[in-house]
Ligand binder design. Structure first.
Ligand code: LMR
Length: 344
């Protein structure tokens, strides 16, 4: 992306709870600094009136960098020549529904999204998938958008990453920004493996990186049990308590994911969790899945950090979440039209 040109950003599901919390972060300069921003807001016809209200509010915010806000129900209008697409709109999970129940409705939606991206987006576009089941929605979209490199896509596990950092920080009684390199492996679902021990560290004032494995050595029961389930179940727990799924934190994580991936990059060996297309078979995970790994970011690209030594316990956890993603892929494959091209 040219540093001076207008950043064009499309957001689907823009009038929903996550969209409502995300759009100001994109328009205010939080993500792209003082670069001018054009927003293309995509919604279903039913939500177009609410979207018009959000557009009015955006105008009333008088954001200095916001050059234009386009509201549309047409994905082709929304995605044409944009730099970034955030796919927030999907068939929502209702109470009592398992994530797999969502696959049918969402495969249809993400086939449409992927085809529109394929037809009108620039080959440099970067796509973040937020809607659940995020990994498999991302796989469907990137499969349909065969003309766009799969490296230009990722699904959001940054939210789980932040949740994991926060839980470790609370446990150790330290500030969240001192906790680095926790990893979310696998799916954005309760099969994921939140991992503080493999590469996690506490960053001291003097720059020394103290491994979380040593800081938590007397607390291994917590790090391998309570911590794991707390992060895995956090989304479900928020739904139970709030009566609606996470929106504020999902929007913040989406903004931070885009910022790290496309604007700041990561520094000094720091990693963030991103669910990316596994074309290399990283860590023995089956190729052709969108799987969350520890990633470094540089110049608008992500790179999976390789060479970490995983314990037997961790490997067992990876296999569980890999299996779920393979099942989701099979379900999506069955639903896709004959012209679809699920890779792998
Ligand atoms: C979350 O992690 O908060 C959501 O993905 C949960 C959900 O299924 O909506």
């Amino acid at each position: 992306m040219n540093a001076d040109s207008v950043v064009k950003i499309a957001v689907s599901g823009a009038a929903g709870n996550i969209g409502y919390a995300l759009i100001p972060l994109l328009a205010s300069g939080y993500v792209f600094g003082d670069r001018p921003v054009e927003l293309r807001l995509l919604e279903i016809p039913h939500a177009l009136k609410a979207l018009a209200g959000i557009r009015m509010e955006l105008i009333d915010c008088a954001f200095p960098c916001l050059t234009d806000v386009i509201c549309t129900t047409d994905p082709r209008e929304a995605f044409e020549n944009v730099d970034v697409i955030v796919l927030v709109g999907g068939f929502p999970r209702k109470q009592g529904m398992e994530r797999k129940d969502l696959i049918e409705a969402n495969t249809k939606i993400f086939t449409t999204m992927g085809r529109a991206i394929n037809d009108v987006a620039s080959t440099n576009v970067k796509v973040l998938v937020v809607a659940n089941p995020a990994n498999t929605n991302c796989l469907v979209a990137l499969t349909e958008a065969a003309s766009i490199p799969s490296k230009n896509f990722c699904a959001l596990t940054y939210l789980d990453h932040q949740r994991a950092k926060a839980q470790v920080a609370i446990q150790l009684g330290v500030s969240t920004n001192r906790i680095k390199n926790v990893t979310i492996w696998g799916n954005h679902s309760n099969s994921q493996f939140p991992d503080a021990l493999t590469d996690g560290y506490y960053l001291q004032d003097d720059g020394e990186k103290v491994p979380l494995a040593s800081l938590l050595a007397h607390d291994l029961d917590w790090a391998t049990a309570d911590f794991v389930t707390t992060v895995q179940e956090r989304g479900k727990h928020v739904i139970e308590v709030r009566g609606a799924s996470s929106a504020l934190s999902a929007a913040q994580a989406s903004a931070d994911c885009i910022k790290t991936w496309l604007v700041t990059g990561t520094q000094d060996g720091e990693t963030v969790s991103m669910a990316v297309y596994n074309d290399e078979g990283y860590y023995g995970v089956q190729k052709g899945l969108v799987f969350s790994f520890p990633c470094e970011c540089k110049d608008g690209d992500w790179y999976v950090k390789t060479g970490l030594s995983l314990s037997e316990f961790a490997m067992e956890k990876l296999v569980i979440t890999e299996k779920e993603l393979m099942e989701e892929r099979e379900a999506a494959k069955d639903l896709l039209s004959k012209s679809a091209r699920i890779r792998g």
